[in-house]
Design a protein. Structure first.
Length: 218
C-alpha cells in the first residue's frame, strides 16, 4: 500500500518570485501523481494547535503580517498559507502519510526567530513541532534539510516530556580519564555549535569538564 500524500493547490498561491517558490512543490506533486499516489487535502491548523508550539504574541504577529525578515517576507494572507501547511503536517501525522505543503517550518521557534538566528529561513509556523505536540507521542524527528532546524530544537529543548536519556556512551568514555564529579552535563540548548556569525548549524555531543579548584566549586 502506497503512502498517502497530503497536498493542497492553495499552497502554490504565494511567493512566485521567491527562492522558496511554489514550483518545487508543484513538481513533486506532478511526479507523485504520475506514479499513482493518492492525495489528501488538509484543513488549516486551529489557533489552539498552533499555540502548542508557539507563543500567543507570535501567532498574533503572523496574523497581522508583522513577521518580515531578510529571508521571510510578510506575504499577503501568509497566516492562511502557514496555518494550512501546519494542518498538512497534522493530517500526515494522523494517517502516517507525507505532507508536501508549504511554507516550511523548521527554522521557526516559539517566538519566531530561534536560538539567536536573525532570520526564520522562509518559515512561519513550525509544522513538525505542532504535529508532534498534538500527537502526544514520543517522536524521532529526522531533519534532512541542508540547514539545521534551529526552531525545532528550540521548541523541544529541555522538555522533560521527551524522556530523552543522557549520552551514557560519551559519559562513560570521559569517566575513564576524568573524575565523574568533574563532568558537567548540559541541556539541548548547549548542544549545538556555531559557524562564524551564522548561528547554530548542527547538533553534536558535548560534555563540559569542570576545571575549577575545589575552593572555587564551593
Amino acid at each position: 500500500m502506497k503512502t498517502k500524500i497530503v497536498y493542497s493547490e492553495k499552497c502554490l498561491g504565494y511567493g512566485t518570485w521567491h527562492v522558496e517558490g511554489p514550483q518545487r512543490v508543484k513538481t513533486a506533486h506532478d511526479v507523485l501523481q504520475a506514479k499513482g499516489y493518492e492525495f489528501l487535502e488538509p484543513k488549516p491548523a486551529t489557533d489552539d494547535q498552533i499555540l502548542s508550539a508557539h507563543d500567543a504574541d507570535y501567532l498574533f504577529n503572523v496574523k497581522k503580517g508583522l513577521v518580515e525578515d531578510s529571508d521571510t517576507p510578510a506575504y499577503k494572507n501568509i497566516f492562511e498559507f502557514a496555518s494550512l501547511s501546519a494542518g498538512g503536517a497534522l493530517l500526515a501525522s494522523k494517517i502516517n502519510g507525507f505532507s508536501i505543503t508549504r511554507p516550511p517550518g523548521h527554522h521557526s521557534g516559539r517566538n519566531g526567530n530561534a536560538l539567536g538566528v536573525y532570520t526564520r529561513g522562509f518559515c512561519y509556523f513550525n509544522n513538525i513541532a505542532i504535529a508532534v505536540k498534538e500527537s502526544g507521542k514520543k517522536t524521532l524527528i529526522l531533519d534532512i534539510d541542508g540547514h539545521h532546524g534551529n526552531g525545532t530544537q528550540e521548541i523541544f529543548e529541555g522538555d522533560e516530556k521527551e524522556g530523552i536519556p543522557k549520552d551514557e556512551e560519551a559519559f562513560n568514555e570521559w569517566k575513564k580519564v576524568i573524575s565523574e564529579d568533574r563532568i558537567l552535563l548540559g541541556n539541548k540548548k548547549d548542544n549545538f555549535w556555531e559557524m562564524g556569525d551564522t548561528g547554530p548549524c548542527g547538533p553534536c555531543t558535548e560534555i563540559h569538564v569542570d576545571c575549577r579548584s575545589d575552593e572555587e566549586r564551593k
